[in-house]
Write a protein that binds this ligand. Structure first.
Ligand code: SAM
Length: 205
């Protein structure tokens, strides 16, 4: 069972413990990051938004794929903004990446900015997820593709504290996406056995 203290750090890392938890995420979630970006079909000229980038591992994979595009990231943990900027320091001066402190509920981007958007292990913590997904949809371009990667409820042998995590099945996230106005929702499951089996829910604006 994840303790209440660690669950809260996974939701919003802060301080020394938050930095340690961030290192753990970087190690545990690397496979999910590569897999999500493969499914999202990030291209050289893609304009990508990542929500809840944490230690910035997927951010790094994304800008290395989008060298003629751009990656913007937003996270409401100051500790993770620092960690993400450190990991992606090579890309910041060249303007390939910007990493901002902020909340998915009110994104600091103009409408129609991104043709790819993704969030890995973050939606569990969004209060009013449909309103948050509507906000993500606002900043996406028509036909843009969104990927939400989760560890589905059935894959948690021991549930984390319910007052911190809201767990979903992939089909439930697909329903949230439809309610937020997305179309062509589909659920992909990990192609192989993995210690943290995930679902990735894809949808178009
Ligand atoms: C469990 S971590 C996952 C980090 C990273 N995506 C990964 O896979 O390793 C969840 C991240 O989402 C961020 N987050 C949670 N709720 C958020 C919100 N409402 N707006 C922005 N970021 C949020 C947290 O600060 C944290 O960095």
């Amino acid at each position: 069972m994840i303790s209440e203290a660690i669950a809260r750090q996974l939701r919003r890392p802060s301080g020394l413990l938050g930095r340690l938890v961030g290192r753990g995420m970087a190690w545990h979630n690397e496979f999910a990051a590569r897999w999500t970006l493969d499914l999202l079909d990030v291209r050289q000229d893609s304009h990508v938004l990542e929500i809840g980038f944490g230690p910035g591992v997927a951010t790094e994979f994304a800008w290395k794929r989008a060298l003629r595009g751009h990656v913007s990231g937003i996270d409401y943990s100051e500790a993770m903004v620092e960690a993400g900027r450190r990991r992606n320091a090579a890309a910041l001066p060249a303007g390939l990446v910007d990493l901002a402190h902020g909340d998915v509920r009110a994104l600091p981007y103009a409408a129609d900015s991104f043709d790819r958007a993704f969030a890995i292990h973050s939606i569990y913590f969004w209060s009013d997820p449909v309103a948050c997904l509507r906000e993500v949809r606002r900043v996406m371009r028509t036909d843009g593709l969104l990927a939400i990667t989760i560890q589905p409820r059935r894959q948690w042998p021991r549930r984390p504290p319910a007052d911190v995590f809201t767990l979903y099945e992939g089909s439930e996230v697909a329903d949230l996406l439809r309610s937020a106005g997305f179309r062509d929702c589909r659920v992909e499951a990990y192609p192989e056995a993995h210690r943290l089996p995930c679902d990735c829910i894809l949808a178009s604006k």
